[in-house]
Design a protein around this ligand. Structure first.
Ligand code: SF4
Ligand code: SF4
Length: 336
């Protein structure tokens, strides 16, 4: 059954009061400014730390569901104990941009269903998501062409900046999260203004990626020549799912811990096998793999591309590798 949507508004100067109310019952993860302009998701200790005025965070909130490094279990002889890190009380992810919320639905396909990843799933199930719709998308954003932003997403609550107040759309299930005196019922004028603001935001996105391209026609080998193999594009991507597993053990006592940490298909050792064979020894093969996985293999299996158009990889690549430019390559405009 479709959830009824509750429509409310909150004055901007009351948003911190709302977050304080949420913090009484939840661990709250929210955007925090560090330095002059970089914003990161952090578990907040005070609502005063929350930054509401940013384009997008440097890293997506993926690491709060799939940490960069985590202990999976400890072992002693044949005995396994302590099944990984615990997340404790219920959490709210506050202020995630729509593209990053879509990023989590892409991770869901990998970690839920065919294989169930208990560490990821317990975090996902224990977290309510309050998304902050974009009002000033970045020049590298191309979410609109993928249907992953700049407003709509599968969050529990979506808030939209109306100028002096925020519009709040919540599913009925989450009514308690918006049931405070400082949050008022929305008037028809608020709904109208919200639609205008959302349309304005969509109109600001001018970049678009072409879908259903034949990747064999692209010049991935030529593009790979400038790649440094640093892996930055994969580490900052909200949809990359690969990890490596290693043991830290005391052989004399036959005990230790098993960890996993993010890995990158751009690293030479990624496809190195135990016998010394490397199935992607050449940099160009690793570069191609990233594109084929995101724009061919994943869509063949799950029906959508493994990219949400956040633009982070383009923004941060030290040699300006641009995913949109590479995918949209047209033989007629060939510069190679
Ligand atoms: S960020 Fe750029 S240079 Fe680094 S691995 Fe990715 S494409 Fe190569
Ligand atoms: S734009 Fe780049 S970083 Fe963002 S989801 Fe797509 S591939 Fe990942």
């Amino acid at each position: 059954m479709q959830n009824k949507i509750i429509k409310k508004v909150i004055k901007k100067d009351k948003i911190k009061n709302w977050i304080n109310e949420l913090m009484k019952n939840y661990k709250v993860i929210a955007p925090v400014k560090e330095g002059d302009e970089d914003v990161f998701f952090r578990i907040i200790k005070s609502a005063d730390d929350v930054c509401m005025d940013f384009q997008n965070t440097v890293l997506s909130p993926k690491e709060f569901f799939f940490p960069k490094s985590e202990k999976i279990f400890e072992f002693e002889g044949d005995e396994i104990s302590d099944s990984g890190s615990k997340i404790g009380r219920k959490r709210i992810l506050f202020g995630a941009r729509p593209c990053d919320v879509h990023g989590l639905t892409i991770l869901d396909n990998v970690y839920k269903g065919e294989f169930n990843d208990p560490y990821y799933l317990q975090r996902r199930e224990n977290t309510t998501i309050i998304s902050l719709a974009c009002s000033e998308p970045d020049e590298n954003c191309f979410c609109k062409s993928l249907g992953t932003g700049p407003v709509l997403c599968d969050a529990d609550i979506i808030i939209t900046d109306l100028g002096d107040r925020y519009f709040i759309e919540a599913k009925t299930d989450d009514v308690n999260l918006v049931n405070f005196d400082i949050i008022k019922e929305a008037a028809p004028g608020d709904v109208e203004l919200k639609d205008i603001k959302q349309k304005e935001s969509e109109d600001k996105i001018t970049r678009a990626i072409e879908l259903n391209k034949n990747l064999d026609d692209l010049h991935l080998e030529a593009e790979s020549r400038k790649c440094l193999g640093c892996g930055c594009c994969t580490y900052i991507c909200p949809t990359c799912t690969c990890f490596d597993v290693s043991d830290e053990s005391m052989i004399s006592k036959q005990k230790g811990k098993r960890f996993r940490c993010w890995d990158s298909c751009m690293f030479p050792s990624f496809a190195l096998l135990a016998g010394g064979e490397n199935t992607r020894e050449e940099k160009s093969d690793r570069f191609k793999q990233r594109f084929y996985h995101k724009f061919k293999y994943y869509p063949e299996k799950y029906g959508k591309v493994m990219c949400v158009g956040c633009g982070r990889c383009t923004r941060k690549c030290p040699v300006n590798t641009d995913v949109v430019k590479i995918i949209n390559y047209n033989k007629l405009d060939c510069n190679y």
